[in-house]
Design a protein around this ligand. Structure first.
Ligand code: F6P
Length: 345
């Protein structure tokens, strides 16, 4: 057992929406810190709220046992935006308070597990002088600077299994089945689960669609004696109606084609439950790597996976950017050749 940084005390928090794999990452951070580096680990409750209110507890090795396979986060999370101006336009004192508590607790570093917004907050806290390491997580897979976030693989599994289950009703009733999956800005989940689940029409926020193309495509499938169609819709597609994206598309299809159409809104099911093996491994590797960086006193970085290698990128570079699906993504190009439509041509 190495004893590089005896006496170091590090903090950890989880912020933003939960996703499968967060506990695996907490365990990766905690076990590496405690067992390999003799560090003390402090877990803050409910994201940045715990740092603001000084709500925390020590994470001992035994607290990290049995959590690898559990969904959600043992620390709790929140969408507390510490740098947001209040209604009077004043910047709140929350960052100052966080810095004060960080210093009072004698922390050497803070590990921040979160998605895009959280990584931006992490980069701003680094600018305030805190030793910060970010770990990217989200089912949306849209964190800039890394090829993949944990949570995504699990969500693709859940969404794919759900699409698989729609095929039997679609075929038995000769219906068009619409399923809405998460993804406000990025369509990674719709793209991957749509392709894996045999979707015929896949609508992504990144690809503007035409209502005419959608109806022509579904009518041409019916004319070619295709017994049913599966439509996968990302929640963030442009949507002039006040309904959910899935319902909007289903109503459009019903009205314009007369096809018997049903919609399913997958919702939070796709964010819950046990992480996939790939997410457990990725989260474990991210967590362990975060502590390696701390042990080398390298701060101001986000852990990343680039070309299947665990590495790090500057939080400065990451903050505020989104990783969207490129319109010419190889999977999209391939799918188009197999008569899968993206509603645009
Ligand atoms: O975690 C990302 C995400 O799942 C988005 O796809 C979704 O729109 C959003 O979180 C909703 O989360 P909440 O309702 O918890 O704010």
């Amino acid at each position: 057992m190495a004893t590089t940084k005896k006496g170091m005390r590090i903090g950890i928090l989880t912020a933003g929406g939960d996703c499968p794999g967060i506990n695996a990452a907490i365990r990766g951070v905690g076990k590496t810190a405690i067992l390999e580096h003799n560090m003390e680990v402090i877990g803050f409750s409910d994201g940045f709220t715990g740092l603001i209110n000084k709500e925390y507890h020590q994470l001992r090795e035994e607290d990290l046992s049995g959590i690898l396979t559990h969904g959600g986060t043992i620390l709790g999370t929140s969408r507390e935006k510490i740098f947001k101006k209040d209604s009077s336009g004043q910047k709140a004192d929350k960052p100052k308070l966080i810095k004060k508590h960080y210093e009072e607790l004698g922390l050497s570093a803070l590990v921040i597990i979160g998605g895009n917004g959280t990584q931006r907050t992490a980069s701003l806290l680094a600018k305030e002088g805190l030793n910060v390491i970010g770990i990217p997580k989200t089912i949306d897979n849209d964190v800039w600077g890394t090829d993949v976030t944990f949570g995504f693989d699990s969500a693709v599994w859940i969404a794919t299994e759900s699409i698989d289950r729609l095929h039997s009703t679609a075929n038995s009733h000769k219906r068009t089945m619409v399923i809405e999956v998460m993804g406000h800005h990025a369509g990674w989940l719709a793209l991957y689960s749509g392709i894996a689940g045999g979707g015929d029409l896949i609508l992504l926020p990144e690809i503007p669609f035409s209502e005419n193309v959608i109806t022509d495509y579904l009518e041409s499938r019916a004319a070619r004696k295709k017994p049913y169609s599966i439509v996968v819709v990302a929640e963030g597609i442009s949507n002039p109606s006040k309904e959910n994206a899935g319902r909007y598309i289903a109503n459009l299809i019903k009205k314009r084609t007369g096809q018997e159409t049903r919609e399913t809104i997958l919702g939070y099911i796709q964010r819950g439950g046990s992480p996939s093996p790939m997410d457990r491994i990725l989260a474990t590797r991210y967590g362990a790597y975060a502590v390696e960086l701390i042990s080398k006193e390298k701060f101001g970085f986000m852990v990343a996976s680039i070309a299947d290698k665990i590495t790090h990128v500057s939080l400065d570079e990451v903050g505020g950017k989104l990783r969207l699906v490129p319109e010419d993504h190889s999977l999209i190009r391939k799918a188009r050749k197999m008569d899968i439509s993206f509603g645009d041509k």
